[in-house]
Design a protein around this ligand. Structure first.
Ligand code: NAD
Length: 422
């Protein structure tokens, strides 16, 4: 594997931004965008590269690099998480910012797409150092034109520090400048499990569309935040007789054809740090979780999980991509040929940004909804998005990913047109 660097050098076939661009070009066969519109959509509109000096606990000053990509704001302020990661790359951030643009468009919320990253190792930093770094980031972001949220190694507490910093600078409370804040200050009910809930709503719609009924087995790669909620919500929302047959995390994978109890597995992971060693389950190779006998496969870990070398061994009938970019274009073609129904990432995991948008709406109106209202509005948005994409897939006789691009990119292109950009 090619080494990723701060400048984002990866081989083209692994480079997530190249993948995002290839997907857009493939969808353009059905969109027929004019050259200028396509040229704008193939690149980020703006990128900010920053140098952030931070006072460390030992009195020294450490300098961090960061970037914020505002991919496209034709439909509204750009929206997307900020990641803290030692191996962050500009091309990963560009790809994620592009997918955010299509994500907000496919669920039809009035926002654009952006993403940010700071190259740092949060695990080796004290809480004080993390707070000082977060406040530095807060100073340069959080304008109404670009609303960040938590992502890899950032959390509600970090959002609270950034929002507090902005509020101090402005001299008034500015909760709408960041989302994913704690419930104690400006957060929304239902944000915690929103990504997984949105994904399970898509699975529900897919099962209905495909006429799949009865007892189902599902497998989850990546038993983290999104994966754990999905494990529980699958049974809660779709039927308690469905069984989780396999799960994995960065330390290993387990399998049990009779079913793993999601709540007990979450407790085991909390206690031990991994799914490995869960009573009654057999340890399997981590790669095998993608290949077990299951009806629904949920990749919820990293990019590039399903590739040309393993896609043929997927046995699931439905793949729900909770992770961003888990399937390479080569794997996509193989899954399509096998007749696997793939719910593409920027549709499947759009529940999180949808509830982030609800949070902004509540911050703006200073009126907060109860959990039931959030769930109802999320279901409405996700169901409408899934059905529109499915209708488009049938109309053009294409897969769901291409159809999702057609729906989302058309909306962004239309906004650019009426605004007189192209
Ligand atoms: P997380 O860090 O909480 O969980 C990721 C899990 O994947 C961890 O349990 C980790 O151990 C596991 N993992 C890492 N490498 C693995 C490997 N090689 N094999 C198996 N498991 C592995 O992150 P998360 O918030 O749950 O996000 C997971 C994915 O979902 C990411 O792609 C993220 O971009 C996407 N996503 C998350 C949200 C959200 O709201 N959490 C929203 C949109 C998209």
């Amino acid at each position: 594997m090619t080494q990723a660097t701060a400048e984002g050098v990866k081989t083209p076939e692994e480079n997530p931004f190249e993948i995002a661009r290839r997907q857009l070009l493939a969808a353009n066969a059905y969109l027929g965008l004019d050259d200028a519109t396509l040229a704008v959509l193939m690149e980020p509109l703006r990128e900010l590269h920053v140098t952030l000096p931070v006072r460390m606990d030992d009195g020294s000053t450490k300098v961090f690099k960061g970037f914020r990509v505002q991919y496209n704001d034709a439909r509204g302020p750009t929206k997307g998480g900020i990641r803290f990661h030692p191996e962050e790359t500009i091309d990963t951030v560009r790809a994620l910012a592009a997918w955010m643009t299509w994500k907000t468009a496919v669920v039809d919320i009035p926002l654009g797409g952006g993403k940010g990253g700071v190259i740092c190792d949060p695990k080796s930093m004290s809480t004080g150092e993390l707070e000082r770094l977060s406040r530095q980031v807060g100073r340069i972001l959080g304008l109404e034109k670009d609303v960040p949220a938590p992502d890899v190694y950032t959390n509600p507490q970090i959002m609270a520090w950034m929002t507090d910093e902005i509020s101090w600078h402005r001299g008034y409370n500015a909760p709408g400048t960041f989302t994913g804040k704690p419930l104690a200050w400006g957060g929304s009910q239902g944000r915690g499990d929103a990504t997984a809930r949105g994904g399970v709503i898509c699975i529900r719609e897919a099962l209905t569309a495909l006429g799949i009924t009865g007892h189902l087995r599902y497998a989850i790669q990546g038993f983290g935040n999104a994966g754990q909620f999905a494990a529980t919500l699958f049974r809660e929302m779709l039927g308690c007789d469905h069984v989780l047959v396999a799960a994995s995390d960065s330390r290993g994978a387990i399998h049990c054809p009779d079913g793993l109890d999601p709540a007990a597995l979450i407790a085991h992971k909390e206690a031990t740090g991994s799914v490995v060693g869960f009573a009654g389950a057999e340890a399997i190779d981590p790669a095998a979780v993608l290949e077990v006998e299951a009806d629904v496969l949920i990749p919820a870990a990293l990019e590039g999980a399903l590739r040309a070398d393993n896609a043929d061994r997927v046995r699931a009938r439905v793949v729900c991509e909770l992770a961003n970019g888990p399937t390479t274009p080569e794997a996509d073609a193989i899954l399509r040929q096998k007749g696997v129904f793939v719910i593409p990432d920027f549709l499947a995991n759009a529940g999180g940004v949808t509830v982030s948008y609800f949070e902004q709406v509540q911050n703006g109106t200073q009126y907060y909804w109860d959990l039931e209202e959030v769930h109802e509005k999320l279901d409405h948005k996700m169901t409408a998005a899934f059905r529109e994409v499915r209708r488009t897939a049938i109309r053009h006789e294409v897969d769901m990913r291409t159809a999702a691009y057609v729906v989302a990119v058309r909306r962004v292109a239309d906004a650019m047109k009426v605004r007189g950009w192209v």
